[in-house]
Design a protein around this ligand. Structure first.
Ligand code: SF4
Length: 307
């Protein structure tokens, strides 16, 4: 058990490491993405909204320091005390010259109460000099790098216009891990054309990588995305709440108990989310996962390594 949870939560991991609550501050470093700036495409992944993955992040018109202050104020009523971690969330947060990355990451670490940084990026945006920089930061602060894999199924990767293949992803994970940089992988359950076995195949693959963390999401169809149009023209089955809870519990059983679970629900903005609306009730999803694991008499890692 990890506190009162049957899975290894990020909250537990950070409290255990730093001795108190660590609050993530979502920042926007003003990046774009090769899947949007014309390098690979201009429309991005089909589910990607106009803010990339960071609907709750600070505004890129503000400096990193201003965003940190703003985010701290915003979160103060929920968590009046704690330490902070700077989370570069929007778009591709290694997609700039190394000197610019260094400037932004250094700015983020200026305050004494900032204990580390988290960087979300793509596996095809990690050239050697960027890996060198990340390694240097990993040696001086608490750092992890997040990669959005979403699925291992090639046909789905094409449908969602992910823009990199599994080989590229594996190379990036190896490169990061060989430099001692913790990796967090994002997976989405409910992508069009995928079955429960497909989701679990992706989980089994990730379980075999020895990554530090995993984020599990349900598919969100958000307003003003290509996925929204696709869904209206050709609706595909969406996961119901109970189906999602069930598959998340299956995934947790497959993952090693050492893997830090960063998320088990989506985190979309209410006003942007079209379907599934049940996902807005995060507490119900979280308590459903707790209940299902309890009823199964199960715990994260129960089926690790995969039978
Ligand atoms: S890689 Fe991320 S930021 Fe880029 S288009 Fe896809 S979801 Fe959006």
């Amino acid at each position: 058990m990890w506190g009162d949870k049957r899975y290894h939560t990020l909250d537990w991991e950070l409290k255990n490491t730093f001795g108190e609550k660590v609050i993530k501050l979502s920042l926007d470093g003003g990046f774009t993405c090769p899947n949007r700036d014309g390098t690979l495409g201009i429309r991005g992944c089909v589910f990607c909204g106009e803010n990339g993955a960071g609907d709750f992040a600070g505004s890129p018109t503000l400096s990193i320091q201003e965003q940190i202050l703003q985010q701290k104020k915003l979160l103060a009523s929920k968590w009046p005390r704690g330490k902070y971690l700077a989370y570069f969330q929007n778009f591709t947060n290694t997609y700039a010259p190394v000197s610019r990355l260094d400037e932004l990451y250094q700015d983020a670490l200026l305050g004494d109460d900032i204990v580390g940084i988290a960087i979300a990026t793509r596996p095809d945006c990690l050239p050697g000099e960027t890996l060198d920089l990340l390694e240097a930061y990993a040696n001086r602060t608490y750092l992890w790098v997040e990669l959005g894999l979403q699925t291992i199924k090639p046909s789905t990767a094409t449908v969602i216009r992910r823009g990199f293949d599994l080989e590229c992803f594996k190379k990036a994970v190896n490169a990061l891990q060989s430099r001692g940089i913790p990796v967090v992988v994002h997976l989405i359950f409910g992508l069009p054309g995928e079955s429960r076995e497909d989701y679990l195949d992706s989980v089994r693959f990730v379980a075999g990588l020895g990554v530090w963390g995993v984020k599990l999401h349900m598919l969100h169809v958000q307003r003003d995305t290509d996925l929204s149009q696709f869904y209206q023209e050709k609706p595909f089955p969406l996961l119901g709440r109970d189906q999602y809870i069930d598959v998340v519990c299956d995934a947790l059983e497959i993952l090693s108990p050492d893997v830090v679970i960063h998320r088990v629900t989506g985190d979309g903005k209410r006003e942007l989310l079209e379907v599934p609306r049940w996902s807005l009730d995060k507490l119900r999803v979280l308590s459903g996962i707790d209940r299902e694991l309890r009823e199964r008499g199960s715990i994260q890692g129960k089926k690790y390594p995969s039978p």
